[in-house]
Design a protein around this ligand. Structure first.
Ligand code: GCO
Length: 451
């Protein structure tokens, strides 16, 4: 049967710090996440990425999982800290060799790689020079991007410059929940603009290496709803939308800060945030826009706001069904977000670069992991994807987050997102029920493409 989903490339995704481990091996230098996770209290049970899924030392399990699923495409990130070793910009051949091997293995299996260049693992030496508040970090990023493109570009067609600049900016520099754990709103705004600036520069740098590359970025967008019709609640939801969505989406697509930015952050913070940045040049045309979708929130005005990022708001507790960490299961929000992007930029292909659910998965007495909620999640979100495509969203690819359970940032290893269950002591991967379901879906999809 023909379906709207027939043209979609099916993939799954991971990121370097979350899976690789081997933080002291192969010439890798420390990152802000190594430093942040070493501080007691920053992550659940003090978990760190030091071992993770052992994907650096034993990538075979990951490659077998990819093959077993029949993925058409796999999204992963290359660690800046494995490729560039310090302020001199020296290239680490061992890091390059590791990623060349992964890329070759993927290609040998007929899997199209998509490489994320920045997935939150800033080298610590750059943090010590100002991190994302500094133009020098964007310059260093462009150097890294040029090196990655030159060293890996013969094996990669598709690149993602930065992943979720909202989280890296506002959780890294305002809520302090993520590395580098700073808590200052003006610095967060600066870090947001700096990553967008670095993105625009990186798009140009990549195209200069090979005009045939396809380039985009991955941003998380949330679906927000006011708790009532009251002007205060509507304004509260709009403030959240400004900070979480429009600041990134509109600046990226329109090359100017959205209306309301100065009112919310203040003229001084905005002036400081754009100092040395040509905002118009952020909107360098891309080949696709990557959307990570997780969140739907109902927002209410609250004088003593409880949100750690947006002022004067409270996000209501989410009814069931929800993820283990309290994220709503709202496929309708997924459809709305995709249609919103399509309305803003109808011709730009959309890649769903992440979508998934965190659960307290466990292996039962029969030795299997029966993640019924994730199976239901996949079914419902793929229906929602189909609805969005029927409504005009040009979705070309979908990446389930994640291939396997991995280091989930402040949540450490307890919260699991994988299609595969990671047995951390041994590094072995076992397909969950959701892996079976996604595999069957992909197999059906590719049959109808071949017909
Ligand atoms: C993201 C993060 C992932 C998370 C996932 C689940 O881009 O949000 O890239 O690394 O693991 O979102 O929270």
């Amino acid at each position: 049967m023909m379906s709207n989903l027939d043209g979609v490339r099916w993939g799954s995704a991971t990121a370097a710090y979350q899976i690789e481990g081997a933080v002291d091996l192969g010439g890798r230098v420390p990152t802000i996440w190594d430093v942040f996770t070493a501080v007691p209290g920053n992550t659940t049970r003090g978990d760190t990425g030091a071992i993770a899924c052992q994907a650096y030392e034993k990538p075979e399990a990951m490659l077998e999982a990819i093959e077993w699923l029949g993925l058409e495409t796999y999204r992963f990130s290359v660690a800046w800290s494995r490729i560039i070793t310090g302020p001199g910009g020296e290239v680490n051949p061992e890091g390059v060799a590791y990623y060349r091997r992964i890329l070759q293995e993927l290609r040998d299996r007929g899997v199209a790689p998509v490489v994320t260049l920045y997935h939150w693992d800033l080298p610590q030496w750059l943090q010590e020079r100002g991190g994302w508040a500094s133009l020098a970090t964007a310059d260093a990023f462009v150097h890294f991007v040029r090196v990655a493109a030159a060293e890996l570009g013969d094996l990669v067609d598709d690149w993602i410059t930065v992943n979720e600049p909202f989280c890296a900016a506002f959780h890294g520099h305002l809520s302090g929940l993520h590395a580098p754990g700073i808590r200052d709103e003006a610095t967060a705004l600066r870090a947001a603009l700096m990553q967008l600036h670095a993105h625009g520069e990186a798009v140009r740098a990549l195209r200069a290496v090979d005009a045939g590359f396809r380039v985009g970025l991955a941003m998380n967008l949330s679906d927000l709803e006011p708790a009532s019709d009251s002007p205060a609640d509507i304004a509260a939801a709009d403030r959240a939308d400004l900070v979480e969505n429009r600041l990134f989406l509109h600046t990226l697509l329109q090359g100017r800060l959205p209306d309301g930015t100065v009112d919310y952050f203040g003229a001084d913070a905005v002036d400081a945030a754009v100092d040395g940045i040509d905002v118009a040049r952020i909107a360098e045309p891309m080949d696709f826009i990557g959307i990570n979708y997780y969140e739907h929130n109902v927002v209410r005005a609250a004088e003593l706001g409880t949100d750690l990022v947006v002022r004067g708001i409270e996000k209501l507790p989410v009814p069931e069904p929800r993820s283990a960490n309290g994220v709503a299961v709202r496929p309708d929000g997924f459809t709305r977000v995709l249609l919103r992007v399509a309305a803003l930029t109808p011709d730009l292909p959309i890649w769903v670069t992440e979508n998934g659910i965190g659960l307290w998965d466990y292996v039962g007495p029969d030795g299997t992991c029966d993640d019924v909620e994730r199976v239901a999640f996949i079914e419902r979100y793929l229906d929602a994807l189909e609805t969005a495509i029927a409504g005009g969203a040009k979705v070309e690819a979908y990446y389930f987050w994640a291939l396997m359970d991995n280091f989930e940032w402040p949540f450490g290893y307890q919260l699991r997102y994988g299609l595969f269950y990671t047995d951390y002591p041994t590094g072995t991967l076992m397909p969950k029920a959701s892996a079976e379901a996604y595999r069957a879906h992909i197999a059906r999809g590719s049959t109808s493409i071949d017909e």
